[in-house]
Design a protein around this ligand. Structure first.
Ligand code: GTP
Ligand code: MG
Length: 227
């Protein structure tokens, strides 16, 4: 087993399998001062309230760690999850299987735009959240979750603008991920698949889509220097 820093560029591999092999909940925080120290590369899971952020985390970690609910506003704190990922690669010549491991901290956030709290509390949340996202330099990847049935909402355009403003300030990436595509009629799903840009993943949570998501998260969060 090797550390990912000794791993050749992932893009040179033709046959890789990526999985999460270990994950656990670390801590909840309401602002940056309560947060855990920045030790590892971090991946932020963001989007409007009820879009499926916590469910997405449970799917990719294959564990019920993040609390999800059909009632919007379930996640009210910033939740940190420690995870270990493994890349398995079969060498085409020697047929030898090589495995590389790397840690990532996955962060679940409250939904943007959740309105059913009083105005003062909402302002305080928004301030804590934006401050956290701006200051947390270890976040190398922002996964912006979008409901595949409602793809042009004002709130998602605002989230995108906000993430792009962070992107211009420091080295990080944005990945758009479409949720709830199982609720789309087949023809609309085909349209979405045809329109989706290269960096967009459509989550049907089947093995193929999960591999696409794992690959995108691994390459975009660790960057070309370490993979
Ligand atoms: N059909 C379907 N339902 C989903 C999917 N993802 C999430 N859900 C459901 O959507 C609801 C909200 O999911 P959550 O994961 O709690 O959403 P969230 O974005 O974390 O919500 P907040 O924490 O309240 O902002 C739950 O009832 C989930 O079961 C999906 O891909 N397909
Ligand atoms: Mg949630």
């Amino acid at each position: 087993m090797q550390d990912v820093n000794t791993c050749p560029s992932l893009s040179t591999f033709s046959n890789v399998a990526i999985r999460t092999i270990h994950s656990y909940f670390i801590k909840s925080a309401s602002n940056i001062t309560e947060s855990i120290p920045s030790q590892y590369t971090e991946v932020a899971i963001l989007g409007r309230s009820n879009v499926g952020k916590s469910s997405f985390i449970n799917k990719i970690l294959n564990a019920k760690l993040a609390k999800s609910s059909s009632t919007p506003g379930k996640t009210r704190l910033i939740n940190f999850f420690q995870t270990i990922w493994e890349i398995e690669h079969k060498d085409a010549h020697s047929q030898q299987i090589n495995r590389y491991r790397f840690p990532l901290v996955i962060i679940d956030f409250p939904g943007f735009g959740y309105a059913k709290v009083d105005k003062k509390q909402k302002q305080q949340w928004d301030k804590s959240l934006t401050e956290f996202l701006h200051l947390r330099n270890n976040i190398k990847l922002f996964c912006h979750l979008i409901d595949s049935r409602h793809r042009n909402l004002l709130i998602d355009r605002e989230i995108r603008c906000f993430l792009e403003s962070i992107h211009t300030d420091r080295e990080c990436q944005i990945l758009e991920i479409y949720t709830k595509s199982d609720k789309l009629p087949k023809n609309m799903l085909r349209n979405l698949q045809a329109q989706a840009k290269l960096d967009c993943s459509i989550t049907q949570y089947n093995t193929k889509d999960l591999q696409k998501i794992y690959y995108a998260i691994a390459t975009k969060s660790l960057g070309k220097h370490s993979l």
